[in-house]
Write a protein that binds this ligand. Structure first.
Ligand code: CAA
Length: 380
């Protein structure tokens, strides 16, 4: 395994770090205070080529490898986990399904717009009654002469309301469990598609999470992604890679918690000296740093395998499991090191604490990652 980044990967890391520290950091206070979707940041990311990092240049992407994409999410999430998740959902599960499962006509129609940032993508799998048990989804897609009519409700849709395209999963056959699930590209503004309740979340302020209602929503045959019955496998294949993105987001949060805590521990004086001199604090920092490194190795190993085109399902789940746990623990410890100040909104660790938790929930809970890893081990 390589332990160094290529020149191109180092270049994108530096570019994203500069952008995040200058432009994204300046937008964070408003996102936090007003729960405001950062449209101007998304527009800038389009101009910088960040909305299509792993998408081939022929579709107006940046044509870089998956590791570069993971580096992008990692660096952005050190500054804003909100911007991290918007980009992760847009790319991993909003754009990649079309790249890997779309026909050439669908690729030509959607990829240039998505990869250039003209369009924002989203992924609509979860339903009120089907979260972890995704193949139990109820939304129907009944065949008509021209295509299909979608009927049902989707829940917790990241980027919902702002997205231009949704990858939607619905049942084309009532029989066959996961085999009856198909996927569709549904455009914003399609009659019958309406945006419902916007969730008020604990963290990730500024990101949009909504319910989507499909009522007599007609889509043409051309909107079917893959073949009928392919939907569940398309969802799983893209979630595998998506989970590496959430691992990178978690890593960004964990590293930010460690970095803020280290600086603070050296500055804050109690008992006649910096609290960093207290073993209770330095051991906390040592644990945080060790766990961050372990999570980083797993995340980049999974990204490396994905870049090489290898099956990375097990490694992606391991990376997400480990990195999200690390983010939560590091954020809790950061608040502890900051003490009373850490519990206030005057310091950023309070935000990291709230943002970290969702990483153990979305794109498959930690319990689901255990199931996936367990299945891989037992199958082998
Ligand atoms: N990769 C590839 N194929 C997979 C797979 C994976 N990770 N998981 C399952 N499959 C395949 C299986 O091999 C099987 O195919 P065969 O019959 O040909 O062998 C088929 O799919 C069905 O598999 P299972 O019987 O294991 O399916 P299941 O119904 O028991 O579900 C599960 C498996 C792992 C629990 C799955 O339902 C799952 O991942 N659930 C979590 C859903 C999830 O992650 N939701 C996230 C929503 S999106 C989101 O959060 C985005 C956001 O907004 C941030």
């Amino acid at each position: 395994m390589r332990f160094t980044f290529t020149d191109e990967q180092q270049m994108i890391r530096k570019m994203v770090k500069d952008f995040a520290e200058k432009e994204v950091a300046a937008a964070v206070p408003r996102m936090e205070a007003e729960d405001r979707f950062p449209e101007e940041i998304i527009k800038r990311m389009g101009q910088l080529g960040l909305m299509g990092v792993p998408i081939p240049e022929k579709y107006r992407g940046s044509g870089m490898d998956y590791i570069s994409y993971i580096i992008t999410l990692h660096e952005l999430s050190k500054v804003s986990a909100t911007v991290g998740v918007i980009l992760s959902v847009h790319t991993s599960v909003g754009t990649n399904p079309i790249l890997y499962f779309g026909n050439e006509q669908q690729k030509q129609k959607y990829l240039p717009k998505l990869a250039s940032g003209q369009y924002l993508g989203a992924f609509a799998l979860t339903e009120p009654g089907a979260g972890s048990d995704a193949s139990n989804l109820k939304m129907s897609a009944k065949p008509t002469a021209e295509g299909y009519v979608l009927q049902g409700t989707k829940m917790f849709i990241t980027n919902g309301g702002y997205a231009d395209t949704y990858i939607v999963f619905a049942r084309t056959s009532q029989e066959g469990g996961y085999k009856g699930v198909s996927s569709f590209i549904v455009e914003k503004g399609t009659p019958g598609l309406t945006v419902g309740k916007k969730e008020k979340k604990m963290g990730l302020h500024g990101s949009s999470t909504v319910q989507l209602n499909f009522e007599e929503c007609h889509v043409s045959k051309e909107q079917l992604l893959g073949s009928e019955g392919d939907g569940f496998k398309i969802a799983m294949a893209n979630l595998n890679a998506g989970r590496i993105g959430i691992a990178a987001q978690s890593l960004g949060i964990a590293e930010a918690a460690l970095s803020y805590s280290t600086v603070y521990a050296k500055e804050r004086e109690q008992f006649g000296g910096p609290i960093a001199n207290q073993q209770a604090i330095s051991f906390k920092l040592a644990d945080m740093a060790t766990e961050v490194e372990a999570a980083k190795l797993l995340t980049y190993q999974a990204a490396f395998m994905r870049t090489e085109g290898k099956d990375c399902g097990k490694q992606a789940s391991m990376a997400k499991l480990m990195a999200s746990k690390t983010a939560v623990k590091a954020a809790i410890e950061a608040v502890q090191i900051f003490g009373g100040y850490g519990y206030t909104k005057d310091y950023p660790v309070e935000r990291l604490f709230r943002d970290a938790k969702i990483c153990e929930i979305y794109e498959g809970t930690s319990e689901i990652q255990h199931m996936v890893i367990g299945k891989h081990i037992l199958r082998a």
